[in-house]
Design a binder for this molecule. Structure first.
Ligand code: ADP
Length: 467
């Protein structure tokens, strides 16, 4: 066995469902999936461990998180190997090693963010302070696109604030979820972080458990709505990071060659399987052909293939369901007469869930490839002549996670940004995130913020001390 496969072997069960590499179909391990009945025991463990963990002072919890980040670094190559084999992403590029390094960076940043007591009033007559107290047990429900780092985004702030966590990884990337939990647990006291496995019914049981005081959920809009409904019984607090359909608006004053790389990776990071990836590109008539040509020339050079092959920077889609979505939307675009600049011709007989890098030009804004979240490597490029129309189109969907404006003139870009209905608007880039900067959605992309001091506040109960 390869040395870096040790962690995968450690979290793989001796029996249960076979888990297959999405690039090759090869069996990489097994998972003995849990059931809703397993949730209560996991929450018991977390609830018992919580008072002791909360009784530590903030510095001690931060020190434990710093050790957990060191453990991630020590196992970085093994973690990257697990996520590459189970999720499909490439070891290189913005792939598996990048995700593992991001996990360590995020955990450290979470443990380094100051959260001082806020003195609200101190006028000699009265005094009011705002403190942030632990909630109790936090349920962390994660998706399959960035299965390690999203788990860290949910787990690390929750732990920092004195909560304990029950994590439920996606059924599509369970081994990765178990791997990151195992590594974090090398540095954490027993019971502070527990993982349960299973599908949506297990997630549902976690949301409904009366001892869970907060649910961190990252997933689809549809499932987010179910989480809201399931939460009505016990009213756990919710942070919902749901889907997006991010628009990018290019203004006529840009140099197409200079922005091509930023546009490409904004859209194709992780093969488009990223919540805040660029999913619709609006380009003015005046430079439309130049932008499309520059993107196509760049895309042609990007190697796609099996994730473990060091030469590749894009891999397969993670699962058949997502492959079907992308294929359906692209086929529909073709029928509508949109122009296939590149790709759009998957080899269905080849092994793995590979879908080629696809650029679709001269597509109608009403096409499903524009209106729905494709979550894959197929970018629609919509031509516009009137900027007002482009802004209207950008805002014309019911989600609003991210958006971007591309212009040589910052003031013009800022004026457009202010009108876009999105939780983050990037200028001359798309999708970059930072552990110091809060991240969250507008409209049906969810509510609540992650990262930074806002992210810490979101996993705690504000308490006013008055007098
Ligand atoms: P995607 O379609 O991107 O996989 P989902 O929203 O279906 O996104 O899944 C995200 C996470 O939510 C997964 O861990 C999944 O098992 C979990 N999940 C699915 N259905 C429910 C539900 N009804 N309640 C709680 N969690 C759920």
């Amino acid at each position: 066995m390869e040395e870096r496969a040790a962690l995968l072997a450690r979290v793989s069960a001796g029996h249960g469902t076979e888990i297959k590499d999405p690039a090759t179909g090869e069996v990489i391990g097994r998972v003995a999936f849990g059931t809703p009945g397993d949730v209560a025991a996991a929450v018991d463990t977390a609830a018992k461990a919580q008072p002791g963990w909360a009784a530590l002072d903030d510095q001690e919890r931060c020190a434990a998180l710093m050790r957990a980040a060191d453990a991630i670094d020590a196992h970085a190559e093994e973690l990257a190997y697990v996520v590459s084999r189970e999720q499909g992403k490439t070891m290189n590029g913005l792939g598996a090693r990048y995700e593992a390094a991001g996990c360590a960076a995020w955990v450290r940043a979470t443990a380094s963010t100051p959260l001082p007591v806020e003195v609200l009033v101190d006028d000699g007559q009265s005094r009011a302070e705002l403190h942030y107290r632990p909630i109790g047990v936090v349920g962390a429900i994660t998706p399959w696109n960035w299965p390690m780092i999203i788990a860290c985004w949910q787990i690390a702030p929750a732990l920092r604030m004195g909560n304990t966590v029950v994590q439920k990884p996606s059924e599509y990337t369970t081994l990765t979820g178990l791997a990151i939990a195992a590594v974090l647990n090398e540095a954490l006291p027993p019971g502070v972080l527990t993982a349960v496995t299973g599908a949506g019914d297990v997630g549902d049981a976690l949301v409904r458990d009366p001892r869970v005081g907060k649910v961190m959920f990252t997933g689809s809009v549809k499932t987010g709505m179910k989480v809201i409904e399931a939460s009505a019984g016990n009213m756990p607090r919710l942070t919902l990071e749901l889907g997006g359909n991010d628009a990018a608006i290019v203004l006529p004053d840009v140099d197409p060659q200079a922005i091509a790389e930023g546009l490409f990776w904004g859209a194709f990071i992780n093969n488009g399987q990223t919540c805040a990836a660029m999913k619709r590109l609006y380009v003015p008539d005046a430079i439309y052909d130049e932008v499309v040509d520059a993107l196509a020339a760049l895309a042609a050079k990007i190697p796609m293939g099996v994730g473990l092959d060091e030469g590749n920077v894009l891999g397969p889609l993670q699962n058949q369901m997502q492959w079907n979505v992308v294929n359906r939307l692209v086929e529909d675009a073709k029928v509508r007469g949109a122009r296939v600049v590149m790709g759009g011709d998957p080899d269905a007989a080849a092994p793995g869930y590979f879908y080629p890098k696809t650029l679709i030009a001269d597509i109608d804004n009403a096409a499903p490839l524009v209106q729905e979240e494709q979550f894959g490597p197929a970018l629609p490029i919509i031509r516009y002549t009137d900027l007002e129309q482009a802004v209207e189109w950008a805002n014309g969907v019911d989600v609003g996670l991210g958006a971007s404006v591309w212009s040589a003139d910052r003031d013009t870009a800022l004026a457009i940004a202010a009108r876009l209905q999105a939780g983050t608007v990037w200028i001359n880039s798309h999708g970059g995130i930072d552990p110091r900067v809060p991240f969250g959605g507008a409209k049906r992309s969810g509510y609540g913020l992650e990262f930074g001091v806002e992210g810490l506040k979101a996993v705690s109960v504000p308490q006013v001390i008055s007098g």
